[in-house]
Design a protein around this ligand. Structure first.
Ligand code: CAO
Length: 304
């Protein structure tokens, strides 16, 4: 903490909130007694910055009409989780120079292997989704590319924090909004274990039973829309992480291999990264490595 930050009046909770959002607390004026800063002041500070930035981009639009002028409307409450997430999303969207590299992984062998998995006792087919394998593959790539497992707390300091742990965030769609719990130490867990954790964590999120701490402290996030549909998209980085992997729906495609047409199962990947830390070439190499980890020689190895 700098001397300037120490003089600022704010609770540890408000300081932590500012740190999580990458905001320098000494730039904020507090609304409480003796200028004490509370979480709401931090939210206001971010939204004033966002509005300032957007007014540079586009002129203010005068509101000529209201929605009601064109027909019946209904005003509903925005869910609490969405309101909380909005500060994080706006912070990320406005402060991180995002670039997204799109790529495709051939997961034919992985899918054959996944579909062949049966329970040792009942003989029934195991219900393991591709996501468990993708978490393992991503963890292996993070080991090789530590920049992707890093955070910048303050760019002015010129320091990058490289994490030695592998906590993979998974974006979970819930009726309350999006939540991102972590699969902790994914490097030490097998596919079965990860698969069970995906189910447990998403149930906890859907029932609002997730502990707040489980939503923080990640290495990198996976946003998988594979169970719903679509191919490529541009995921927003989950600050303070520096990269996020978007996963689309795997589809059968006919492709030419050594001049022969073959039907293969292709998984769309969309990797967004913080261009201050990761260059396009490094991102392309990362995707190559990830594709290898999801490819034929590695799928079996990853499962053990
Ligand atoms: N390609 C093809 N099929 C896929 C797939 C993929 N990439 N990923 C999952 N599937 C299949 C699964 O195998 C499963 O098939 P069966 O019903 O035949 O068993 C089906 O799709 C449903 O999977 P799922 O979505 O329930 O499970 P998951 O482990 O893939 O994902 C979770 C779990 C929690 C990530 C998911 O439920 C979810 O919430 N996804 C949405 C995430 C999201 O909203 N991201 C956007 C964030 S930005 O706004």
């Amino acid at each position: 903490m700098s001397d300037k930050e120490k003089k600022v009046l704010a609770s540890p909770k408000a300081r932590k909130f500012a740190r999580e959002l990458g905001v320098n607390i000494s730039e904020i004026s507090g609304s409480e007694n003796r200028g004490r800063i509370i979480e709401n002041d931090i939210k206001k500070f971010i939204s004033s910055k966002v509005n300032k930035n957007s007014s540079i981009e586009s002129p203010k639009i005068k509101k000529e009409f209201d929605h009601i002028d064109f027909g019946e409307v209904e005003i509903v409450d925005i869910p609490r989780v969405k309101k909380i997430a909005s500060s994080y999303l706006m912070n990320s969207w406005t402060n991180i120079p995002h670039v997204t590299n799109h790529d495709e992984a051939d997961i034919t062998e992985l899918e054959n292997f996944r579909n062949s998995l049966t329970d040792m006792y009942s003989g029934e087919k195991k219900k393991i989704t591709p996501l468990a394998f993708i978490i393992k593959a991503l963890t292996a790539s993070l080991k090789k590319f530590p920049n992707f497992n890093s955070s910048i707390d303050d760019i002015e300091s010129g320091k990058l924090t490289i994490k030695k742990y592998f906590h993979i965030g998974i974006a979970v769609d819930t009726p309350h909004g999006l939540m991102v719990p972590k699969i902790r130490n994914a490097n030490n867990k097998n596919i079965d274990h990860i698969s069970k954790e995906i189910r447990n964590l998403s149930e906890k999120c859907k029932n609002l039973k997730i502990d707040k701490k489980e939503l923080f402290g990640g290495s990198m996030t996976i946003s998988s829309l594979g169970g719903i549909g679509g191919s490529f998209f541009t995921p927003i980085i989950n600050y303070p992480e520096v990269a996020i992997l978007g996963v689309g729906k795997a589809e059968k495609k006919i492709i030419s291999i050594n001049g022969k047409s073959q039907t293969r199962i292709i998984l769309p990947l969309s990797l967004s990264y913080d261009h201050r830390i990761i260059d396009g070439a490094e991102a392309a190499r990362f995707n190559n490595d990830l594709k290898t980890n999801l490819g034929k020689n590695f799928a079996y190895k990853l499962a053990v």
